[in-house]
Structure formats: C-alpha cells, structure tokens
Write a protein that binds this ligand. Structure first.
Ligand code: WQD
Length: 339
C-alpha cells in the first residue's frame, strides 16, 4: 500500500518512513525542504535499502498539489507532517504559520478528495495548554492557544472534524504528540535543528559536543519535584510506530470517521531529570545553569495514554536513557559526518 508522507524528510517524518517500510508499506515522500535536508533521503536509503520516491513540493502551491494527485493517484493513506512548528517563531510571524499550516492541509485534502482515504494528522499536546488534571486525556478541554503554532493545530483538528461531518470519504486520526526526542538506533537520521535549537534535547546534545557553551534551565521555581518544568518525553521511533498503528486502525472496516489519540509515554520527567539522565547514560558532564522562566511555558504536562493502548493497540517501549543515548550518538555522528 502506497502512503503519502508529507514532511517526510523531517525529524519525525523520516523516522516514520523507516517504520512504514518495516511494516510493509511503500512510502511516497513529499517535502519542500524548508526545514529538512535532501541528503536525509540518502540516509533513509542506507537504513531501508532503497531510495523512496521523493517529490520536492510546497503544499501551499495549489496547482502543484493537484499535479501531485494526478501523478500519484494510487495513494491509500496520507500521513501529514508538513507544517511550520517553531512556537517562538509563530508568535513573531503568525501569518507565515496560518498560511503555511492551513493552505497545505486544505490543498492536500482537496486534491485527494473523493478517494476513500486514510489520513493521519500530526497534532500536538500543546492543544491542552496547562491541563487542569494530570495525566491529561483526550477528553480534556482544549485551552485557548498559547501561540499561533498551537492555534494552527487546534483549528486543523476542527477542519478535519468538519470534513468528516460533511460526509467525506476520508477517515481521520489525529495524533497528539508530547515531546519527541532521540534518534534512530543506526544514528543515520535524527533531529536537525536549523540555527540555535529551541528544544531541550538538541540543546543538550549540542552543549555536550561543544557547539554551545552552556545550557540554561528555564526556571526552577515551578511547583514540581525539583522546580523545573515537567514534560512527557517520547522516543521518536516509538512515535513513528504510533503512525503505523494509526494506519492499521484506519484500515479496519469498523473504524468510522474521526478519532484522536495521545502519543506519549504516560510518564513525566523534569528538565533536570533529563539533564541528569543524559549525564548518567553518556558519562558526559553538562555545563548548565538555572535561568529565568521562558515566556509561554506550561508548568507540567504528561499524557494519559490508556486510550492509545486500548484502542490504537500501541504503547511506548523506549525509556529516557535510550532517548538520551540515541540523541547523543546522532549528535556525534552528524558532527563527524556533516550532511
Ligand atoms: C521542554 C522543556 C523548557 C530548552 C515544544 C512545542 C511542542 C513541540 C515540542 C513541535 C521546557 C525547557 C528548553 C532550553 C530549557 N513542538 N528548556 N532550556 O516547549 O515542551 O514543546 O516543542 O512539535 O508542540 O510546544 O519543548 O523542548 O522547547 O522545552 O530549560 O534550552 O525544556 O522550558 O520546560 P516544549 P522544549
């Protein structure tokens, strides 16, 4: 079965391409290369043994997407990763985020409209904001968005629900990711932040390898075990496998319409837990200091993943130590083998 993977050369997309092949699917990659490197295609080929079909395409180009649907007609499923995803940048450039994240989604849904199609959408736990109850489950209220990025995820989920309610042939699953980290066990693919990393784990590994002088812990005065923020970190390979599980559920006759699942480990770790796990597993001492809180951070969030275990038939298997070790192996690989 051919699966269109938009954003398929990105961090989560590339790991999902590998797991799709492992599960017997044929991925067709679409990526505009705005936040990924074309050489990741070669790296994927080194893992799966062949180079998947790749279309360089900006999904905001309506004509281009229609041409894609003509050139790639026998697509049985779509996994839609392609979107701008930097929270801070979205506050500075809201129009870029609303244009890119909505035009791409609508063009894609429009171009493939009519075929009975299984659609997996890359959503985020950011839609929960600071949940009232923890762990947070899928019935929790959607909080007012903390950023235009988060708002695009909330509104995209509503677009998908409305599409289903209109009686379209689509079947849709939204996966609400918690915090994806780590890298493939081969260390041939991983996270490739452009410029100064915004996210914790790439900043940790770049500090460990000497690219950054030190890492700042954004606040240690929160109401958490050690005062630093709590997140549900999930290995990117576990996350990739959740997309395969979502496709399998969509393929079932019994699945109708729309559903949404939390994709996390169900466990919370503080920033300092992560730093200490990195130091313990790699033996590398990190130069870190405590600094002021970062604007917009939620204090603590981790997922209730019961529904994913029971209905999606998926649960995370890899622990925080494996996440840290694999992230470190990738950082060392990319330092010695710049793409
Ligand atoms: C995690 C924790 C920081 C850097 C965001 C998006 C989410 C997803 C993942 C896109 C926080 C702390 C970080 C640093 C630090 N994005 N931190 N020093 O903010 O939970 O989630 O990225 O898909 O949708 O919201 O992830 O890695 O930026 O931060 O102390 O140098 O690490 O304050 O508590 P976040 P993050």
């Amino acid at each position: 079965m051919k699966i269109l993977v938009t954003g398929g050369l990105g961090f989560i997309g590339s790991h999902t391409v590998v797991e799709l092949v492992n599960a017997g699917y044929e991925p067709v990659i679409v990526d505009d290369l705005s936040n990924s490197d074309p050489k990741i295609l070669d790296q994927i080929a080194r893992i799966i043994g062949y180079k998947p079909v790749f279309h360089k395409l900006d999904l905001c180009d309506e004509r281009g997407v229609k041409e894609l649907a003509v050139n790639e007609p026998d697509i049985q499923g779509i996994i839609h990763f392609a979107a701008s995803k930097a929270v801070g940048e979205s506050v500075q450039k809201p129009l870029k985020y609303y244009r890119n994240n909505f035009y791409s989604l609508i063009n894609l849904l429009d171009a493939y409209y009519g075929n009975p199609l299984n659609f997996v959408f890359s959503s985020s736990c950011t839609v929960y904001g600071q949940p009232e109850h923890l762990p947070v489950n899928e019935t929790a209220p959607i909080q007012p968005a903390q950023s235009p990025y988060g708002n695009t995820k909330q509104i995209a989920e509503e677009i998908l629900r409305d599409l289903i309610a209109s009686g379209s042939n689509y079947k849709v699953i939204s996966l609400r990711y918690f915090n994806p980290v780590g890298a493939h066990e081969t260390a041939l693919i991983g996270e490739l932040p452009i410029g100064v990393p915004q996210n914790l784990v790439p900043f940790i590994t770049q500090t460990a390898i000497g690219k950054r002088e030190k890492i700042t812990v954004f606040g240690d005065d929160y109401d958490t075990p050690d005062g630093s923020c709590v997140r549900d970190y999930i290995h990117v390979v576990d996350l990739a496998k959740a997309h395969v599980a979502a496709l399998k559920l969509l393929e079932k006759e019994s699945f109708k319409g729309y559903d949404v699942f939390n994709i996390g480990t169900g466990k919370g770790n503080t920033v300092l837990d992560v730093i200490h796990a990195f130091e313990r597993t790699t033996g590398v001492k990190l130069n870190y200091e405590i600094g002021p809180r970062r604007e917009g951070d939620v204090e603590k969030v981790w997922g209730d993943v019961t529904k994913s275990a029971n209905k999606l038939g998926w649960k995370a298997e890899l622990d925080i130590d494996t996440m840290m070790l694999s992230a470190w192996e990738w950082e060392k690989y990319i330092a010695q083998n710049p793409l």
